[in-house]
Design a protein around this ligand. Structure first.
Ligand code: 5GP
Length: 211
């Protein structure tokens, strides 16, 4: 029996190190996870390329995807659209891979509403000062954008209780292992094993009858 993969949403303040954690997770456990690649209208940062970090599209192209119902969810974040293409995610889940969406909170809650068995993880740096340092040291945004992202982080901090798990990214390797354990343990959740449980019950019933 090919067990369906788990849909996992990872959110976290901008600059929390989500991207690095996900990259490492995929490298350490090849074939087990798939990372969804989002579409966005924001411009590529230095070193980013189309189809790798994001599909970089125009507002018109993005709105066409919305109209065609080609996105699982989408949201606006600091002036740009971001959204998750549906086809790839559904295909990977059917093939038994756990699919990770690295998206912000509005999108996360929309995914949970549409697919209630989604696992929601929130990644945070150990404290807010560290968050600001990471954003500044990354050097990819101007100060006004950093301020908008910090402002957005403050808003997102109000919604953390809606997530299933809160992971602190203090040490990268420990954080990667923690994320991996959370997702793998989730496979053993009773709610995800109804079919196996029912099969065993049916077999047992047979044994009892023949007693
Ligand atoms: P960044 O511009 O730093 O790459 O991403 C900004 C925010 O948008 C991050 O919190 C990121 O997780 C989120 N994001 C990236 N892709 C998507 C998406 O497909 N949908 C939603 N809702 N948020 C996304």
């Amino acid at each position: 029996m090919n067990k369906k993969g788990i849909l996992v949403v990872v959110s976290g303040f901008s600059g929390a190190g989500k991207g690095t954690i996900m990259k490492q997770l995929l490298e350490e456990y090849p074939g087990r996870y798939s990372l969804s690649i989002s579409a966005t209208t924001r411009s590529p940062r230095n070193g980013e390329s189309h189809g790798k970090e994001y599909f970089f599209v125009s507002r018109e192209e993005f709105e066409q995807m919305i109209d065609e119902n080609a996105l699982i969810e989408y949201a606006q974040y600091v002036g740009n659209y971001y959204g998750t293409p549906k086809e790839y995610v559904m295909g990977q889940l059917d093939e038994g891979r756990d699919v990770i969406l690295e998206i912000e909170i509005q999108g996360a809650l929309k995914v949970k509403e549409a697919y209630p068995d989604t696992l929601l993880l929130f990644v945070s740096p150990p404290n807010a000062g560290e968050l600001k340092n990471r954003l500044v040291n990354r050097g990819t945004e101007d100060m006004a954008t950093i301020d908008s992202r910090l402002n957005r982080a403050w808003q997102e901090a109000q919604g953390v209780e809606q997530y299933d798990y809160f992971v602190v990214n203090d040490n990268l390797e420990e954080c990667v292992q923690q994320v991996h354990s959370i997702i793998q343990n989730e496979h053993a959740h009773v709610a995800r094993n109804h079919e196996v449980i029912e099969n065993i019950r049916t077999e047992l019933r047979g044994f009892v009858k023949g007693d």
